[in-house]
Design a protein around this ligand. Structure first.
Ligand code: NAD
Length: 349
């Protein structure tokens, strides 16, 4: 039975660590006890912002403590497995940032360690708590634009932290960034069956593919098309698109996506709106969704799952299958071949 107020250690006080820390005060049933980072300046800054009692540099010392119940792992991706497995072996519940790991084998070891220890392992696929994405999922699944449907995502920018575009550390945007799209598409469409991709490297200091495009086919004929780059020069940004197209229309995530949507009435206070364009037959419809904080909802879901004794809202298998798509995309980009998946995993697994 979990302690009434879970004591959480946040491991990694970088960009996403800070995001979680700033939500911790609003979570019911838990408190952020200690902020861990090898960079003392970062640890102190996040500790002070979040009002956490302690900071530390060595995650191993923190995992050995009996007064810590759970960890939030916000480390660079190549460290997720090492720390998650150690946390599970110390009986700590785990909220681990996405992507779960760099490959399926690593994700599987994390999942197995949590299962053996009987702890909750949740992967922070945050779009599952994002109200606009959830509304789009609901619309697709209710047949609002027909099926099969195609989710399209285009993004290009540069990330300051170099590890994201290093092979064996972050593996570039086709794993680290697009894993949000892979997970959302799986969650909406079912299992991925086939992947085609191409990739290239723009940045002189990158060892991973930093720019690429993938087409992922799902079990009912739906598709995801992803084009990401983290290889632009500092400060430059490319276009930005998320939409979904189907035989009966198109769904837009934001009213700002098309100039003609500016004429639509503003959503009610506390609401955003996605827009469906059904053309001459059905016209344009705004569908409201409540504005909520997905990171707070995600953290609360984790804490609630620990108090309830499970299950995990996004378990290790879910995290692993999103990684499997990324791994297949990178393999396809490297070999130029179509890669197939069986029940959402590489055929050999
Ligand atoms: N869900 C999201 O929207 C989202 C957004 C950004 C990043 N992420 C994911 O979160 C993870 C972290 O990304 P980030 O952008 O915060 O990275 P970051 O580089 O900003 O932060 C990582 C932190 O880990 C610390 N660190 C490194 N090794 C350590 C160790 N051995 N012990 C303790 N601390 C250590 C670093 O000093 C740094 O402060 C990645 O897996 C990334 O993909 C998710």
């Amino acid at each position: 039975m979990a302690r009434k107020t879970l004591r959480i250690a946040l491991i990694g006080a970088g960009t996403i660590g800070r995001t979680h820390a700033t939500r911790s005060a609003d979570v019911k049933g838990a408190k952020l006890q200690v902020v861990v980072d090898i960079d003392e300046t970062r640890a102190r800054a996040v500790q002070e912002t979040a009002g956490a009692p302690e900071r530390a540099a060595d995650y191993k010392e923190v995992l050995a403590r009996d007064d810590i119940d759970a960890v939030i792992i916000c480390l660079p991706t190549w460290l997720h497995e090492e720390v998650a497995v150690a946390a599970a072996e110390h009986g700590k519940h785990i909220l681990c940032e996405k992507p779960m790991a760099l490959d399926v084998a690593s994700a599987r070891r994390m999942h197995e360690a949590a299962r053996r220890a009987g702890v909750v392992l949740m992967i922070a696929q945050c779009r599952r708590f994002s109200q606009d994405w959830l509304k789009v999922r609901e619309l697709i699944r209710s047949g609002a634009i027909g099926r099969p449907a195609v989710i399209r995502t285009v993004r290009a920018l540069r990330l300051a932290e170099g590890w994201f575009v290093q092979e064996g550390k972050g593996n570039g945007p086709l794993l680290d960034g697009a894993v949000h799209d892979y997970d959302f598409a799986r969650y909406t469409f079912g299992e991925a069956t086939q992947v085609m991709a191409s990739g290239m490297t723009f940045r002189a200091d990158a060892t991973a593919v930093d720019t690429g495009t993938a087409i992922i086919r799902f079990e009912h004929g739906d598709e995801l098309v992803v084009s990401w780059s983290w290889g632009l020069p500092p400060g430059a940004r490319g276009g930005y698109l998320h939409d979904v197209i189907g035989p009966k229309g198109a769904i837009f995530f934001e009213r700002s996506t098309r100039p003609d949507f500016a004429r639509l009435p503003a959503p009610d206070a506390g609401c955003g709106a996605v827009v469906i364009d059904r053309g001459q037959a059905g016209g344009i419809e705004q569908v409201p969704y409540p504005l909520r904080d997905m990171y707070l909802d995600q953290l609360q879901a984790f804490v609630d799952a620990v108090h309830a004794g499970g299950p995990s809202p996004v378990d290790g298998i879910e995290g692993m299958k999103a990684v499997a798509i990324g791994q297949a995309v990178l393999e396809s980009a490297r070999t130029g071949r179509v890669v197939t998946l069986e029940r959402g995993l590489p055929s050999v697994c």
